[in-house]
Design a protein around this ligand. Structure first.
Ligand code: ADP
Length: 243
């Protein structure tokens, strides 16, 4: 049994050198796969996710098609090499649960009523896991959906906040996720001011919860700007090709 390390060092910094309100370095790219209708690569620190979207396309099997909207099918999966110890490729209960959580969050961003009887299929592969994989996957999925040309209310931006050694921190890394006192993933449709996912593991006081939510909003606003830049660049490229 490994001992819990000190998460906040004497100079107030975290194990990876960040201050409590700092995000990890991030990278986002869309259109990374040739065989999907939409795709993306999202890196948050050492967490790496690939997402692929197919559709909207005719729903198979047909009897599952919904008359008034598209059906969203979502799979979150961790590759065997994504974790320290090899993970079985067989979907775990956790992956099945997270697929549902991600589907519900993603569904609220897509204009599914525009595509009756269709399916939209979303696959996320965790290539490397270092905490925050559900949110990085959700953002990757959202970017890939936009890349596929599917109309959305907004692109999803998300970050986790939590508590480590009594300090409210932004964007947990793996030791903080594992040893910290609280972990609260938050996802939003930023331009609408809507929260699409929020979970809380561990415990925080009401005061810490409020402080954490404020910190999450700040992080989400930075991440949202990055997403918009990535999308703008892509659509500017298309515009240039077309002109
Ligand atoms: P999230 O990845 O959304 O933070 P959790 O709160 O369940 O989800 O955190 C799990 C984290 O634990 C992963 O991000 C990963 O860094 C780490 N981990 C290590 N081994 C495993 C494993 N076998 N399955 C899931 N997570 C693992």
């Amino acid at each position: 049994q490994v001992q819990k390390p000190k998460l906040i060092l004497d100079d107030g910094r975290r194990l990876d050198g960040r201050r409590p309100d700092e995000l990890r370095p991030m990278k986002m790219e869309i259109g990374v796969l040739k065989n999907a209708d939409g795709s993306s690569l999202v890196e948050v620190g050492n967490t790496k996710i690939i997402a692929a979207v197919y559709g909207p396309r005719e729903m198979h099997p047909r009897h599952l098609a919904l008359p008034n909207r598209a059906t969203l099918r979502v799979r979150y999966h961790m590759t065997p090499f994504s974790t320290d110890e090899r993970k079985s490729p067989v979907p775990s209960r956790r992956e099945i649960e997270l697929s549902k959580v991600i589907r519900e969050a993603l569904e609220s961003s897509i204009l599914v009523e525009q595509f009756p009887r269709s399916s939209i299929d979303v696959f996320m592969e965790v290539i490397q896991a270092d905490a925050g994989t559900r949110l990085a996957s959700l953002m990757a999925a959202s970017l890939a959906v936009v890349d596929a040309g599917i109309p959305v209310k907004d692109v999803i931006a998300a970050v986790a906040v939590g508590k480590a050694d009594g300090v409210v921190v932004l964007d947990l890394n793996e030791p903080e996720d594992m040893w910290g006192e609280a972990d609260m993933p938050v996802a939003m449709l930023p331009s609408l001011g809507q929260i699409t996912l929020i979970q809380l593991n561990g415990n925080m006081t009401q005061q810490e919860f409020k402080q954490g939510l404020e910190l999450a909003y700040k992080g989400i606003s930075t991440i949202y700007n990055l997403e918009k830049e990535v999308l703008r660049n892509k659509f500017a490229e298309i515009h240039e090709e077309g002109s």
